[in-house]
Design a protein around this ligand. Structure first.
Ligand code: ATP
Ligand code: MG
Length: 260
């Protein structure tokens, strides 16, 4: 059965796209059929990390009526990739129907997809929340900084109170080691659970790494780099845990839903 995962954060620049791309590739390498959608329509950039130059984007689907199969690219490790296309924020912000149209447009790939990964924009905007509500599993990327804690908390609060999302899986990025990652998670969970009844699960940490920083310049995702064992291991650990992570079954429009 297919499942869907979104990568969110609240705060921008904490590593959502890095994690969406490398988690997708790791799941592919582990034998899953994975599709990655870049839903950061304002500043879509997952294709750059993947080293792909997409000819068509979601704009062609929404504005020009192109079928989904015409905009899907095949990336490394057989990953299927749907590019966001810049400047789409205009139509998606205005029209709720465009977002629903896009979620429904992905239905045909369900039969060839084990896992759909969605890279969603920073912030707790209506766009972010629509996609966060439409997936089974929601990953929040956190870094050990007060601003990241504050924005991740705001995101979780909005998701829980306004959209009925209860399960959140946490990845701590830019860590020194796994112990520090876990300590950051525990600190954050204590803050959240003081105010909200939400279920937070620790998926693991991703080390702060010069190699990850340079990957975008080399256009070689870190998990495909032969000299990045530590980074690869981190993504393998997270991939194994996400398979068991809690799912959300909130109401509303969802990816791969039959009753739409
Ligand atoms: N673990 C890491 N170690 C070192 N640098 C990192 C790490 N993770 C991400 N970065 C760097 O941080 C910057 C932001 O990463 P990324 O684009 O993935 O964040 P984002 O959350 O998707 O940002 P945005 O909110 O703009 O979409 C990039 O330059 C990236 O290379
Ligand atoms: Mg991003």
């Amino acid at each position: 059965m297919s499942n869907s995962i979104a990568i969110a954060s609240g705060k921008g620049g904490v590593g959502k796209t890095t994690i969406a791309v490398n988690l997708s590739l790791t799941l592919s390498q582990m034998g899953s059929k994975v599709s990655l959608m870049d839903a950061d329509f304002g500043l879509a950039n997952a294709h750059i990390l993947l080293g792909i130059n997409p000819k068509k984007t979601i704009r062609d689907l929404l504005k020009n009526g192109l079928p989904l199969e015409d905009i899907i690219e095949t990336g490394p490790s057989g990953l299927k990739f749907i590019s966001g296309g810049n400047g789409l924020i205009d139509i998606l912000n205005i029209e709720k129907n465009s977002k629903y149209q896009l979620i429904r447009a992905l239905n045909p790939i369900q039969k060839n997809t084990d896992t759909l990964v969605v890279d969603i924009p920073a912030g707790a905007s209506e766009n972010s929340m629509t996609f966060a509500s439409a997936v089974d599993k929601l990953i929040i990327v956190l870094v050990s900084e007060p601003t990241s804690f504050m924005d991740a908390y705001t995101f979780i609060k909005t998701a829980k109170l306004d959209h009925g999302i209860h399960n959140f899986s946490i990845v701590v990025n830019m860590t020194y080691d796994e112990k520090e990652a876990e300590n950051t998670f525990v600190k954050f969970r204590n803050i959240v659970n003081k105010f909200l009844d939400a279920n937070l699960t620790f998926l693991g940490g991703v080390p702060r790494s010069k190699k990850i920083q340079n990957a975008i310049i080399r256009k070689l995702p870190i998990v495909l780099d032969k000299n990045a064992e530590l980074e690869k291991l981190a993504f393998q650990r997270i991939s194994k845990k996400i398979i068991k992570a809690g799912e959300n079954n909130n109401n509303g429009i969802r990816f791969f839903s039959k009753d739409q």
